[in-house]
Design a protein. Structure first.
Length: 141
């Protein structure tokens, strides 16, 4: 696959998967043994069933989740996506009761593709900023 084709696959996941909340798309766009590397991850992701749980947990807690593509770069089998995500904390998020607060968070993820599917990802998300915005961790003044 070309770098542009790989970007197209990732863009499809962002727009049709995350933003349209089409979790079933995971079966089509990810390898069965997909692994997501994330420091301090609330849920481990080492296959697509765990990825579905991860995505559903966020979509349940933040039902109006919306991702924006700030940057999308590709080279070889890797695609880098820098994003801003917004959502309202209207459901429990990994044991944190709903606060009704809207949050905006930034992050970067690097996908490695095999064939036409995402096989591995490295994710860094501003989790501290998110927890501060929803009022779980105080912001130092």
């Amino acid at each position: 696959m070309s770098a542009e084709q790989n970007k197209s696959i990732v863009r499809r996941w962002i727009e049709d998967g995350w933003n349209e909340q089409n979790v079933a798309l995971i079966d089509e766009l990810f390898t069965p043994d997909f692994v997501q590397h994330e420091p301090g991850a609330p849920l481990p992701v080492s296959n697509i069933e765990e990825l579905k749980l991860f995505v559903n947990a966020y979509l349940t807690a933040l039902p109006d989740t919306h991702f924006v593509i700030d940057d999308l770069f590709a080279e070889g089998d890797k695609v880098v996506w820098r994003f801003t995500v917004t959502g309202t904390h209207n459901g429990a998020l990994f044991g944190i009761p709903a606060t009704g607060t809207r949050a905006q968070v930034t992050g970067i993820i690097i996908f490695r593709l095999v064939g036409s599917k995402m096989a591995e990802a490295w994710l860094n998300l501003d989790t501290l900023g998110m927890l501060q915005q929803i009022g779980v961790i105080p912001v130092n003044a």
